[in-house]
Design a protein around this ligand. Structure first.
Ligand code: GAF
Length: 392
């Protein structure tokens, strides 16, 4: 899927609807991608490493600044709670904004509340091809698109760094969606580069681009199209358990802990807490090793690390589900597949599979025949982060 085709389709859709709702005239458009995490799951809030890449799937926001002191925001995204259009009084102070109903608007309001430049009133329409609840970061794509849009229309956007903007979007998600997420999703949605995965050190917030442009290598993202309701409640619990383990080991975060130290404290920890920590410590190490493997073109090694990651998420971190396990097993039964794992927060959503390009059709056929549900497959090349979109 070429980013530009997808981007054009969604942008035109949003633009036509904008004109219907708010009239013709000067319109600007921005796009922010969803992401797939290749490896490094549930490590970002443990100050660890992650290795995501941006997807061709995007959220776009089109619109313009107005002089009305009212912000009118409309969404075309599927699966949203009603109403689809909200009107907000432009607040004199950003902290007057508060979360509420409809829930989709909280991501937009949260970013407005944390926007670092000067807010102005606007009309906007949002459209997206990032599947909601797919574990490919539809929330971050909406937050980052909102931030980019505000930057485009503001008279004074303050020229902040992408890192500052990512942190503002993360805070929006914490405060307005009650989701204590790490920094991975917002960071990669801002900073990704075409043809590369992004290795992020979530402690120093430094990152390195890792080339991923071998035509013989492909990435298949498979949406299980299931979402178990546990996600909302289990994520904060996992985060708390990790903090509890770090505390018991006398560390600021699990990034600084070793398996040996964990074993030494095993008797002091609840079994669940011990296993959560074992996943995180192992996953941080796997992520470091996977970058070297990718840089050396050692896809077999990378694939093995992905499989170990999945097993650890399933058995120790306990965030997988039967559908994701089934999709991983199907992928691993196909010749030419290097590795496969669940990706994102878990309890449904997507798997990511690294494979030889020549094996893609076989894998898609196997999923069609063997998967007990109905899956959606996306062949993905690494795309650019958030950008302004030119309107023809
Ligand atoms: C979700 C969160 F938003 C991320 O910060 C990350 O923790 C991920 O789950 C798990 O790796 O996408």
């Amino acid at each position: 899927m070429a980013a530009s085709i997808e981007e054009k389709r969604i942008t035109n859709f949003a633009r036509q609807n904008f004109i219907k709702l708010f009239g013709n005239g000067d319109i600007c458009a921005v796009a922010a991608p969803g992401r797939v995490n290749l490896i490094g799951e549930h490590t970002d809030y443990n100050a660890g490493f992650v290795l995501p890449m941006a997807l061709p799937l995007v959220t776009v926001m089109v619109g313009r600044q107005t002089n009305s002191n009212i912000c009118r925001i409309s969404t075309l995204a599927e699966n949203v709670d009603q109403p689809r259009t909200i009107e907000l009084q432009l607040p004199s102070e950003k902290d007057q904004l508060a979360p509420g109903e409809p829930s989709w608007a909280n991501y937009v309001k949260g970013v407005m509340a944390n926007y670092k430049g000067k807010l102005c009133s606007f009309d906007a329409v949002i459209a997206s091809s990032v599947p909601v609840g797919g574990g490919v970061s539809s929330s971050a794509a909406l937050e980052v698109a909102t931030y980019m849009f505000l930057d485009q229309i503001s008279q004074d956007n303050g020229n902040f760094s992408l890192k500052d903007k990512a942190l503002a979007c993360q805070k929006a998600e914490h405060d307005f969606a009650s989701m204590p997420c790490g920094i991975m999703d917002q960071f990669v949605s801002f900073m990704a580069k075409e043809g590369h995965a992004l290795f992020i050190d979530c402690r120093s917030m430094e990152s390195k681009l890792v080339p991923m442009n071998d035509p013989g290598l492909s990435v298949l993202v498979t949406n299980s199209n299931v979402r178990h309701e546990l996600t909302g409640s289990e994520y904060p619990t996992r985060r708390r358990q990790c903090e509890e383990a770090a505390h018991a080991l006398g560390k600021t975060s699990l990034r600084d802990a070793t398996i040996k130290e964990l074993e030494g404290h095993k008797h002091e920890l609840f079994d669940e807490v011990y296993r959560r920590a074992r996943h995180v410590i192992g996953e941080i190490q796997r992520t470091e090793e996977s970058v070297l493997a990718l840089e050396n073109g050692d896809y077999t090694c990378f694939g093995k690390l992905m499989i170990a990651s999945h097993n650890s998420l399933r058995d120790d971190f306990q965030v997988s589900c039967v559908e994701l396990d089934e999709l991983v097993d199907i992928a691993l039964s196909v010749k030419g597949v290097y590795g496969s794992r669940m990706t994102g927060g878990g309890f449904g959503g997507c798997t990511v599979t690294l494979l030889k390009t020549e094996a893609i059709n076989h894998l898609q056929d196997a999923i069609k025949i063997k998967y007990s549900g109905s899956a959606t497959c996306y062949i993905c090349t690494p795309c650019d982060g958030a950008r302004r979109v030119r309107l023809d």
